[in-house]
Write a protein that binds this ligand. Sequence first.
Ligand code: IPM
Ligand code: MG
Length: 358
Amino acid sequence: MSSILVLPGDGIGPEIVEQALRVLSAAEQRFDLNVELDQALVGGAAYDAEGDPLPESTLAKARAADAILFGAIGGPKWDTIERDKRPERGLLRLRSSLGLFANLRPAILFPQLADASSLKPEVVSGLDILIVRELTGGIYFGQPRGIKEENGERVGFNTYVYSESEMKRIARVAFDLAMQRGKRVCSVDKANVLEVTELWKEVVTEEAKAYPEIELSHMYVDNAAMQLVRAPKQFDVIVTGNLFGDILSDEAAMLTGSIGMLPSASLDENRKGLYEPCHGSAPDIAGQGIANPLATIMSLAMLMRYSLQRGDVADAIESAVEKVLDQGLRTADIYTEGTRKVSTGEMGAAVAEALSHG
Ligand code: IPM
Ligand code: MG
């Protein structure tokens, strides 16, 4: 028996998670799969109910679970409350408290969606890149941080810091994953300006010595941002820090047609993980039934693969998604002429149905 904690969160979070749970039920019926589900509040929803975006009870359940399925958090409603109580801080605290330092963000273009990308089909067809983003360090967590008064004006400041051990462990995750795919790793830095990434580049290069088969390259982040839209297929695995990874993964997501298609896994040293779509809570479309649930459904597939060691179930979920795309079903974000526009619920139901029938 494996336990999964479900954290729907805010905005479109609950709608998309509901569809992933539908797919999970279908998986349980088809496979010998025994999962125990629990739910808890996180983000703005938790703040509204308990005055804390990550209540102690939620954190305790998260620690106890084998894996966490996460929707999305945040919204304008909570943008102006006390900084430490904002939904995003809840997510960051969750990642950090659980030691989820390795964030895997695959950007794979489904051939069915080549037309939905804003890039020319020949530039993106067959795209399969994996961004490995460090998730519990860097400028997101560095101290000191804050907004203070100085010389009669306000000054905002953050600290970009990485220890050698933090750099080493994320580099190893990237190399290990690259060994299972194209064996090429591009480390993204800003070593021409920032000392912290000068050291990053050095440490990653040293770690690579243990992986003679890996072809390691280095790229400045500004160039990487440009190369991702110019010739994205040159990349296999990209490894980078927290902030650069945040930005580049949104960019990579768009190559695949919509950020609504991009799942992610955040893993600790023992492959316990939190699984969430890369997109946010999209408060502007929440409650309208038009959000794309596929990123969350594919996050469930990653959960099966990495934390529950059920590659068979993961493969089946991913095939079901492909089948539904083959049938021409599209949510609004990936809709193109000649396909059929469906709601969040219709998309989830179709994937569950495709999964039940194998
Ligand atoms: C992401 C999101 C988060 C981040 C926000 C919601 C804190 O953008 O998961 O990429 O910046 O990490
Ligand atoms: Mg982001």
